[in-house]
Design a protein around this ligand. Structure first.
Ligand SMILES: *[C@@H]1O[C@H](CO)[C@@H](O)[C@H](O)[C@H]1NC(C)=O
Length: 152
C-alpha cells in the first residue's frame, strides 16, 4: 500500500498532524499543535489562541533543536536554540529535551505559546500542566506513527 520512495525520503510520506486542545484549567485558552513525525526526527510547532485575541499579536516565538544522547538514552539531551525569544525559549527548550529523551529522536520545537491568558495568568503550575498535556499528545502520536511503520 505505502509507496516506497527510493531516494531516501520518508516512506510513507509523513503527513503533518494538526490538533488543538484547551489548557487543562483554562478552557478559553487553546494550545494548537502542528506535528510531523518523521522516521528520523520530530518537528513540532506550538501556539495558543485565547478567547480574548485582541491582545498583542502573537510573536514568532522560539525554535529549538534537541538531540538525544545515543550512548546513554537517559542522559539529558543536548539542545540548541535556533531562534530565541525570551518569553518562549524556556518552554521550547524543556519540551524539546523531554521529547528527544522520551522518543529517542532528534526533535525540533517551534513555540509561541502564551500562558498569559490562562486562569492564573500563566503560573509555573499552569505551564507544567500545559507541557504535560503536550508531551502526552505527542508521545501518543509518535507511538501511532511507529506502529504504522512496523505494520507495513
Ligand atoms: C552522553 O551521556 C554520557 C553519559 O552520561 C556522557 O558521558 C556523554 O558525554 C554524553 N554525550 C553527549 C553527546 O552528550
Amino acid at each position: 500500500m505505502a509507496s516506497t520512495i527510493t531516494n531516501g525520503t520518508e516512506h510513507p510520506p509523513a503527513k503533518p498532524i494538526q490538533l488543538s486542545f484547551p489548557l487543562p484549567r483554562s478552557p478559553h485558552t487553546r494550545i494548537h499543535m502542528h506535528l510531523t513525525v518523521l522516521t528520523t526526527s520530530i518537528l513540532l510547532f506550538l501556539t495558543t489562541t485565547a478567547a480574548d485575541t485582541s491582545s498583542s499579536g502573537s510573536p514568532m516565538g522560539s525554535f529549538v533543536y534537541a538531540m538525544p544522547n545515543r550512548t546513554s538514552p537517559t542522559a539529558q539531551p543536548l539542545s540548541t536554540a535556533l531562534y530565541t525569544q525570551s518569553q518562549t525559549l524556556d518552554f521550547a527548550t524543556r519540551l524539546a529535551k523531554i521529547l528527544a529523551r522520551r522518543t529517542g529522536k532528534p526533535t525540533y520545537v517551534g513555540n509561541s505559546i502564551s500562558f498569559a491568558g490562562a486562569g492564573l495568568g500563566g503560573t509555573v503550575e499552569e505551564e507544567m500542566e500545559g507541557m504535560g498535556k503536550v508531551v502526552e499528545v505527542v508521545l501518543a502520536e509518535v507511538g501511532r506513527a511507529s506502529q504504522q511503520e512496523d505494520g507495513t
